[in-house]
Design a protein around this ligand. Structure first.
Ligand SMILES: NC(=O)c1ccc[n+]([C@@H]2O[C@H](COP(=O)([O-])OP(=O)(O)OC[C@H]3O[C@@H](n4cnc5c(N)ncnc54)[C@H](OP(=O)(O)O)[C@@H]3O)[C@@H](O)[C@H]2O)c1
Length: 324
């Protein structure tokens, strides 16, 4: 599928798993320079192999992150035995693999967000065109059992991480002339570099996509903090769509249940109380989603052909919220 993102630099938090990984693969196949962010280096390296189309990521060669570094490209990190050549487990060319990079960072720390962005711009011609905030955590716990630690963990990743990634990225998503000026001002300096309504059509072609949830639109049973965090992401999206227009489009996607490691952990925590099929039965379409189905919507929203959409809250939920 072509989305028109060839040559763009795309930074995806949570790009090492689930929805973020599926989006990373779709952008990479479209010809974009893709940087995926997560905390776990081993998971990050396996994600590089999976995105690159390795049939068996476990069997790919993993030299690991270079010593003292928090980033590696698929061309370097998957090892010579894994990159092209006969008997290769990685099908991409070295050039293709160089467009794919893992960055180790924790989005709950503003410094981690800045490091991720600084690393991505080094490999992205000094700018970021598309930011996807997919890093997220889920927990089922009723109100009477929630601790401050539970609250902080969920809000820190889902809300604080999203907000500070956007703050770190925004100066590098401005029109070319303004990027330098804003970067010199720096985050927190009071000079964020947002300019007037002067940008060209090409400059408007920058966008941020936040992954919220159907739980951010309506309520959901047994996960009030998660619902609150995703409701905050929906509101943050709308607020920033106003503040960052016309230079940067900001939209938000609200998936229903998606078959990812997050959902697998949810099922495990429920100790067999319900299955994927049980979950799917409540959907008008009769099933839960595959990560690729959400990735397709992410890439479509990011496409320059979609240049008039901002502030949108887009359910991808098999009709679940249609009745409400
Ligand atoms: N799956 C669903 O049913 C569903 C439904 C609606 C909405 N969503 C939302 O969709 C997004 C993606 O979910 P998913 O199902 O793809 O989850 P997933 O498979 O569990 O992936 C989560 C990703 O977030 C990263 N991450 C978590 N904490 C992080 C941190 N502090 N710093 C940096 N990265 C961090 C993880 O990498 P590391 O652990 O290595 O850091 C991983 O790459 C989440 O925001 C989720 O709330 C999911």
């Amino acid at each position: 599928m072509e989305y028109g993102c060839k040559g763009k630099t795309v930074l995806i938090t949570g790009g090492t798993s689930g929805i973020g990984l599926a989006a990373a693969r779709a952008f990479w196949l479209d010809g974009a320079n893709v940087c995926i962010v997560g905390r776990d280096g081993v998971r990050g390296m396996k994600a590089l192999a999976e995105i690159a189309g390795c049939k068996d990521p476990e069997a790919a060669v993993f030299p690991g992150l270079p010593s003292g570094s928090d980033t590696v490209s698929a061309a370097d990190g998957l090892g010579t035995a894994g990159c092209g050549g006969s008997g290769s487990v990685i099908p991409g060319t070295a050039e293709d693999l160089a467009r794919l990079r893992y960055i180790r960072a924790d989005v709950t720390k503003p410094a981690g967000c800045r490091t991720a962005v600084a690393t991505a711009i080094c490999y992205g011609a000094g700018r970021i065109d598309i930011l996807v905030n997919s890093a997220g955590v889920y927990q089922e716990k009723r109100i009477e059992n929630i601790t401050v630690a539970d609250y902080n963990r969920i809000m820190d990743v889902n809300v604080k991480g999203t907000l500070f990634m956007i703050q770190a990225c925004q100066p590098f998503m401005l029109p070319y002339g303004e990027t330098e000026k804003a970067a010199a001002g720096g985050a927190g300096s009071g000079e964020q570099g947002v300019t007037g309504n002067t940008c060209s059509a090409a400059a408007r072609d920058r966008c941020i996509i936040n992954i919220a949830s159907d739980a951010g639109i309506g309520g959901n049973y047994g996960c009030p903090v998660y619902c609150a965090s995703k409701g905050a992401v929906v509101s943050l999206t709308k607020a920033l769509a106003l503040d960052l227009a016309p230079e940067i489009r900001v939209n938000c996607i609200c998936p229903g249940d998606v078959d990812t490691p997050l959902l697998a952990a949810q099922l495990e925590a429920a100790h067999g109380g319900y299955t994927k099929e049980d979950m799917g039965a409540s959907y008008p379409l009769g099933r839960i989603a595959a990560a690729g189905e959400v990735a397709h919507v992410i890439c479509s929203v990011a496409s320059p052909a979609n240049s008039f959409m901002t502030g949108a809250v887009i359910p991808v939920d098999g009709g679940l919220t249609a009745a409400g």
